[in-house]
Design a binder for this molecule. Sequence first.
Ligand SMILES: C[S@@+](CC[C@H](N)C(=O)[O-])C[C@H]1O[C@@H](n2cnc3c(N)ncnc32)[C@H](O)[C@@H]1O
Length: 265
Amino acid sequence: MNNTMNTVNTHNNQQSRGIGEFPAGRPPQTDFNDVFDNNLDYPRLGTVTFRRGSLSDNQLATFEKHWPELGAMLADERVDVDTWFGRSGAPTIVEIGSGTGTSTAAMAPKEPDTNIIAVELYKPGLAKLLGQVVRENIPNIRMIRGDGMEVLMRMFGPESLDGIRVFFPDPWPKAKHHKRRIIQSGPLNLFASRLKPGGVLHVATDHADYAEWINELVEVEPQLEYKGWPWPECPQLTDRQLITKFEGKGLEKDHIINEYLWVKR
Ligand SMILES: C[S@@+](CC[C@H](N)C(=O)[O-])C[C@H]1O[C@@H](n2cnc3c(N)ncnc32)[C@H](O)[C@@H]1O
């Protein structure tokens, strides 16, 4: 696989602060209302940006060996997808908040002609996915560590993606934390701007209150046509293949899985 990526985040930089580590200080948090000159609602990140966790010795060794090729940190330069995946013109889907990558790794082999980029803040989650990608030799997954909103805005151009997936986003159940939810009018607008016409946004939640929240927002973004669920003619894979840890918990509690599909007009 080709290990060249067109970002400012050189391997030397990564090594000097530890591979897969954020630079010292607070990660960039864009004032999206200012940049996009709108008054839409954007998530307040809270402490989520600083999620940490330790890796086992095995995971660390895998991370050090394979992250420079298969992973990247949030950076201020666009991803050169064709170079990174070593093929040109393949459709590209970004998954925001891939967690441990359970559904990412289950879906990718079923869509071998699609480039999958998993975006996650949580390093141990990325390390787990990276381990699976290496062990199972899954050729079409790459990973970016960073806040999904910043990654989309800084690293992907307008109308550059074929799909965006957000599976089981943190529900932030307390009313005072609702403003941290990633599904809001602002992110929907950013997702729409990054999708090509015909591109698909796929969201799933097992949280009843979050589902009600999303129901209120399905028509809020004019660039997105709401298709509901299921949408049998959807041009890309929508079967998540398996029940993730989070989804499993939901099912145990008798929660219903709500899924949402939109197409970029
Ligand atoms: C409830 S978990 C679901 C993980 C996975 N999608 C699944 O279904 O198993 C939500 C994940 O989103 C990640 N996350 C939350 N906010 C994020 C953001 N702004 N950008 C990227 N990842 C984020 C969290 O670290 C967490 O791993």
